[in-house]
Design a binder for this molecule. Structure first.
Ligand code: 26Q
Length: 777
């Protein structure tokens, strides 16, 4: 019996009091998690001890889209093979145990997943620090389709004890809301925040970072006085109100709804985290002026922008630092990452709501604005009776960064042009990245094996060494790569329970549904292709499987309609005997990190087709390219840098560029002429308008078509022909398998730059000014 098996067995027996032969899958999983956790703890504690006196980095984020943790931890600790072996004679295999783990969906999409990649990279490169977030009872909703329409259900990731968390009930902080300020802030309501902490193991187990998730509790739980007066429901009001705060993650990822519960959530995160950060600081240093030398705080978008006034409040009101000094210390400690250019996504709060909920912070925002005005002659935070969180975050940050080169340029020249003129050294770029451990090593073991056979496995820790692959890209390698991809496609089809042709192009668009991401363009092209197949049924069509995956915000009607449309079109196309052999349309439910881990390795063509100037970076684009998919994309976000690195000849570019988009939007009336000039697009819209794909409700897509004719803000019509033609070039290119696989291999070998290790090192050097720590032994 291996030592690992003994540990698992003993955990079941002694900690869970279960006879191992009677224990169910969940119990076995809990035992494996516990054994892994025990192996991380010594490294985790030494890392904390070793770095206690060096500068700490704290990443504040409303979202951490972690994905399953068990497989990642086993891989990073180098215990995967040993665990597989140890469980050989157990009632459940390692595979079964991995698959049984719930996928903690504490995030919406890119921004939340980026935070999770960053924590893993901080642990892998030895950056001391922690992530701070909220412990939502329900993460992002679970998606199901009912007759093609999205329905939302509560996500139950916490239904069982997750096993990774250590509760820290003694680490309590008071959080106040409302009330008045006469001299001192007297909050009307208070609650208590307590954290659970989770270790995140880095590659090869040499370091670990920490994720702290806050939960709210009432100051006093059950109200016996009310209970004794017969008010049974009222007796637990305060309990319920506190719990409601962390009940659910807001499922919007682009539209700031301005709801007071959201502002309360943001304040809970910020206040609890900063109180804890200052408490940690005060254990090693008593001079508040040293805070910026010892602590760097990163704000993941504006969601934690209350950190500005809250840090000022804690330093000034609580710790007695002079106001001006408190503002300066705070501004030197905080840093802000912008993730969006969409005006509707920039958070602002009415001064009325803000002032009622956080009266002291309202005063401090005014003080911050006075300070801004003394320096620059400009006030920009409070405008039109609203507190603008982007401006607040910018003014209170030492550095502000965009997430790709193009995005940073646009941040500088558009949304923050005025503030950039006032603070010309503040904006810097840090192009996003992804962790190669999860997104290649663990998600795509076949490809990882093939790469490591040629160049060894140093790439896992140092992704840029993938360029060593280039001399090995010969016919033999291309054949093996093609086989790996084919096997991944077969595995995907099997896991989805679908009969998919593994020799077809697997063409995937997997991301949140949003008008700017233009899933609609993809559906329209699908219809046009299907029509063309009908017109020339004797042509040699390259078979395709069109895969759509993603969720729409529950209140986003236009995005939900596109989901419905994909289903309507899929029903017609998948049942068409003429085209069945060439074209299939599939839409697996409930896109999440686990599904992404299966889709990405099986994809040949990665759809990155947002209107130029709208996608801040994208990170899915990097995941697909690193797994050997070729991108069909616009010059938007990080696509620009991907194309520069992989080479223009290995990237399928189409569509208007940023400047042309701006010019065209100045002539909104042109949409009609553009549609009329394309026979192909007119034909597609004709079918939609006449209700071809929804005979029972022929008017279903009238509004959608009308929209394209009259105000096609995302320029679907403009880019349609260029996109269609580009897809036909792809058909031809795919038929030359050796040269196709060569392009795929070049994408893999030239994508090393997009490791989040590189991104984290960039933040460490240019923004946080911290050094990496050596691995603990
Ligand atoms: C704001 C206020 C109220 C409720 C919700 C929100 C909210 C929540 C999430 C607003 C935005 C988000 C998420 C944004 C996001 O994921 N942005 C993506 O960030 C990625 C990482 O930088 C980029 O790669 C993507 O381009 C960007 O869209």
């Amino acid at each position: 019996m291996s030592e690992l098996y003994q540990s698992i067995y003993s955990q079941l027996h002694h900690s869970q009091a279960r006879a191992p032969e009677e224990a169910d899958l969940a119990s076995w999983r809990a035992a494996v998690v516990d054994v892994l956790r025990q192996r991380i703890v010594p490294t985790w504690l030494s890392a904390q001890r070793r770095s206690a006196h060096s500068k700490q980095v704290y990443y504040l984020s409303m979202e951490f889209l972690l994905g399953r943790l068990l497989e990642d931890a086993a891989n990073n600790l180098g215990l995967r093979d040993a665990l597989e072996h140890a469980l050989q004679d157990a009632p459940f295999s390692f595979e079964q145990i991995i698959a049984d783990e719930p996928d903690p969906a504490l995030g919406n999409g890119g921004l939340g997943r980026l935070a999770a990649c960053f924590l893993e990279s901080m642990a892998s490169v030895g950056c001391a620090g922690a992530g701070y977030g909220l412990r939502f009872e329900h993460g992002l909703f679970r998606q199901q389709f009912c007759e093609g329409a999205q329905q939302e259900y509560a996500d139950q990731w916490l239904s069982e004890h997750s096993g990774w968390e250590f509760p820290r009930p003694e680490r309590r902080f008071h959080i106040g809301f409302g009330g008045s300020v006469s001299g001192e802030w007297q909050p009307e309501h208070q609650l208590i925040a307590t954290p659970t902490v989770m270790p995140i193991a880095g590659w090869s187990g040499g370091w670990a970072s920490t994720l702290r998730l806050w939960q709210a509790q009432p100051v006093e739980g059950f109200d016996f006085a009310r209970f004794n007066h017969g008010d049974f429901a009222g007796a637990s009001d305060s309990e319920r109100e506190a719990r409601d705060l962390c009940r659910v993650l807001y499922p919007n990822d682009s539209n700031a709804a301005g709801k007071s519960l959201r502002l309360k959530q943001e304040y809970l995160l910020v206040s609890a985290s900063l109180q804890e950060i200052l408490w940690r600081f005060s254990r090693v240093c008593q001079d508040w002026l040293e805070l910026p030398q010892r602590v760097a705080i990163q704000l993941n978008d504006t969601h934690p922008a209350l950190a500005g006034p809250e840090l000022v409040r804690l330093l000034h009101d609580v710790h007695g630092v002079a106001l001006q000094s408190a503002i300066e210390i705070s501004q030197q400690t905080l840093h802000y990452t912008n993730h969006t250019l969409l005006p509707e996504a920039l958070e602002c709060w009415s001064t009325w709501l803000f002032g009622n909920l956080l009266p002291r912070h309202m005063q401090l925002v005014e003080a911050i604005e006075d300070w801004q005005s003394r320096q620059t002659g400009r006030r920009s935070i409070i405008r039109d009776h609203q507190v603008h969180m982007g401006d607040l975050a910018f003014v209170m940050a030492r550095r502000v960064n965009g997430v790709s080169a193009l995005h940073t340029d646009l941040v500088t020249s558009t949304v923050f042009a005025d503030l950039h003129a006032d603070f010309p050294d503040r904006i810097v770029n840090q192009t996003n990245g992804i962790t190669p451990r999860r997104w290649l090593h663990s998600a795509n073991p076949r490809l990882s094996g093939l790469i490591s056979e040629r160049i060894g496995d140093t790439w896992v820790a140092d992704l840029e060494t993938l360029e060593q692959l280039e001399p090995h890209i010969d016919t033999g390698f291309c054949e093996q790569l093609s086989r790996v991809k084919r096997d991944n496609k077969i595995a995907l089809a099997q896991s989805l329970g679908l009969a998919l042709n593994p020799d077809a192009i697997f063409d995937t668009q997997a991301k949140r549904f949003h008008e700017y991401k233009r899933q609609l363009l993809n559906v329209l092209e699908t219809i046009a292709l299907w029509q063309a197949m009908h017109e020339s049924p004797n042509a040699a069509w390259t078979p395709r499987v069109k895969i759509f995956a993603g969720k729409a915000a529950p209140g986003y009607a236009a995005a939900k309609q596109v989901i419905q449309l994909v289903h309507d079109v899929a029903r017609v196309i998948n049942n068409d005997p003429v085209t069945q052999q060439w074209l299939q349309v599939v839409f697996p439910e409930n896109y999440n990190v686990s599904l992404a881990e299966r889709l990405i390795p099986a994809t040949d063509v990665s759809e990155q087709i947002s209107t130029a100037g709208t996608e801040a970076s994208g990170t899915g684009n990097m995941k697909f390219a690193l797994n050997g998919a070729l991108t069909v994309g616009t010059l938007d976000g990080a696509n620009v840098e991907i194309r520069e690195r992989v080479g223009a000849e290995n990237f399928f570019l189409f569509g208007l560029q940023t400047d042309a988009v701006a010019q065209r939007r100045a002539q909104p009336q042109r949409s009609r002429a553009i549609i009329e000039s394309s026979e192909r697009l007119s034909g597609v819209l004709q079918l939609l308008a006449e209700g071809y794909f929804c005979r029972l409700e022929p008017g279903r897509y009238h509004d959608l078509v009308h929209h394209l004719w009259h105000h096609d803000y995302y320029l679907v019509g403009d880019d349609f022909d260029s996109y269609y033609d580009c897809q036909r070039l792809i058909d031809t290119a795919y038929n030359e398998q050796t040269s196709w696989q060569k392009m795929a291999a070049l994408n893999i070998s030239r994508c090393g730059y997009f490791s989040s290790d590189r991104t984290i090192r960039g933040y460490m050097q240019d923004i946080w000014q911290v050094e990496a720590h050596a691995a603990v032994e």
